[in-house]
Design a protein. Structure first.
Length: 186
């Protein structure tokens, strides 16, 4: 089994040292989806969501999130991204999301692509929750170029967000978050 690279010899958390790694072009693509009711999708398509166009706002939010990933994920290296693209497409079941991140650097851009998709999905949820309490964000998929090599390999990250989870069971009364009253369910 592979060892966690974010732990030192004594088991303390650390940022991975990439000083000796070569600078290569790194690309990652993450895909996600937001399941929504047909009525919600019709409102989005006819631009009748009260807060505005959720697809365009989600696209911009995803790009901004990718650029700020290192500020959100504590041990993530700050990267000079050379390109970020976020796409949102209506389907019969919901909204398909795809984010691509590229950088020339010593470490990958998987976290940036995943963060872009996650924030884009959460933005759509936020903008549409008033009309659709059944929306769900079931999973995100990740494709990346390994060590900057040409080509794409596929991996899957299951259930990054599932807003149908009953968080009240997770956030017990003794939890600091539970005491603050953090609830994502209806």
């Amino acid at each position: 089994m592979a060892q966690f690279s974010h732990l030192d010899e004594s088991g303390k958390v650390r940022m991975v040292d990439v000083t000796e790694k070569a600078i290569t072009v790194r690309t990652a693509r993450a895909c996600g989806r937001v399941k929504a009711l047909p009525e919600t999708l019709a409102l989005i398509q006819t631009e009748k969501i009260a807060k505005g166009n959720p697809l365009e706002v989600a696209r911009i939010a995803g790009i901004l999130a990718a650029k700020n990933t290192a500020a959100l994920i504590p041990l993530c290296h700050p990267l000079g991204l050379t390109h970020v693209d976020v796409r949102c497409e209506l389907t019969k079941e919901g909204i398909e999301l795809e984010a691509t991140a590229t950088a020339e650097g010593k470490t990958g851009v998987e976290m940036e692509a995943l963060t872009a998709v996650a924030v884009a999905a959460l933005t759509i949820y936020d903008m549409c929750k008033a009309v659709d309490r059944e929306m769900a964000i079931p999973m995100s998929d990740l494709w990346r170029s390994p060590e900057g090599a040409p080509g794409i390999t596929c991996g899957t990250t299951q259930a990054i967000f599932d807003l149908n989870v009953d968080f009240s069971k997770i956030l017990a009364a003794s939890s600091p978050l539970g005491r603050l009253g953090l609830h994502l369910f209806r």
